[in-house]
Design a protein around this ligand. Structure first.
Ligand SMILES: NC(=O)c1ccc[n+]([C@@H]2O[C@H](COP(=O)([O-])OP(=O)(O)OC[C@H]3O[C@@H](n4cnc5c(N)ncnc54)[C@H](OP(=O)(O)O)[C@@H]3O)[C@@H](O)[C@H]2O)c1
Length: 194
């Protein structure tokens, strides 16, 4: 199983404000969808609640210390069903909500999936980086400072190699540009001096 962080990060490290994204960037939402579609997405309870619906075409695994956590009903009042750890998970492209009460359980539950995306927020990114669980990062690097109350954690860039970058310059609609950047865990063997 490969664990990849997906995040949009402002120049000053901000990723959120008042439990929402600080910017309006439709290109990033489209990129996020294209990147994660068909794979399980693992997120903290606050990030789920900021989206407030399961992301379609993906298995949405929500972490909460509350084993009775339930998502809000759909707009029409229909209750949303939740698969609780350790039940059998459906395939990654099934629109479904699952919940686990700790990160180790969630990852062992997902171990048969080839690719799992860790989609935030700040708290979950920090744990994954601190516990050295991350195989790669797909970041939208926004070349502008934003005000906010949630930040991307510090990470050791020397442990990762940039493998792809798509530059999106500032435009008539936007005074700032942004890049889609992929980082892969650096191969220890190739970094070892001979
Ligand atoms: N820019 C981006 O790409 C991006 C992406 C995602 C989110 N965001 C932003 O990030 C902010 C939310 O981040 P956040 O750090 O406040 O919250 P978060 O990481 O989304 O959620 C934190 C909650 O998740 C649960 N949790 C996390 N780790 C757990 C663990 N190991 N075991 C059990 N439960 C665990 C806990 O829920 P309980 O309290 O229920 O126990 C915890 O309070 C929002 O502003 C959002 O918009 C930005």
């Amino acid at each position: 199983m490969k664990v990849t962080i997906v995040a949009a990060v402002a120049q000053n490290g901000i990723i959120g404000i008042d439990n929402r994204l600080p910017w309006h960037l439709p290109e990033d939402l489209a990129f996020f969808k294209q990147t994660t579609l068909g794979c399980p997405v693992l997120m903290g309870r606050k990030t789920y609640e900021s989206i407030n619906r399961p992301l379609p075409g993906r298995l949405n695994v929500v972490l909460s210390s509350n084993s009775n956590w339930q998502p809000a009903p759909a707009k029409d009042g229909t209750a949303r069903s939740v698969i609780a750890y350790p039940a059998t998970l459906p395939e990654g492209s099934t629109t479904q909500i699952a919940s686990a009460t700790n990160l180790a359980d969630a990852l062992s539950w997902l171990k048969d999936f080839e690719q799992v995306f860790l989609i935030g927020g700040s708290n979950l990114y920090q744990q994954a980086i601190d516990q050295n669980l991350v195989d790669g990062l797909i970041l939208t690097e926004i070349h502008h400072d934003f005000e906010g109350d949630a930040s991307f954690p510090d990470w050791d860039r020397t442990r990762f190699t940039e493998v792809a970058r798509t530059v999106n310059p500032a435009s008539a609609e936007r005074t700032w540009g942004f890049d889609f950047v992929k980082y892969a865990r650096a191969n220890v063997a190739t970094n070892t001096a001979i």
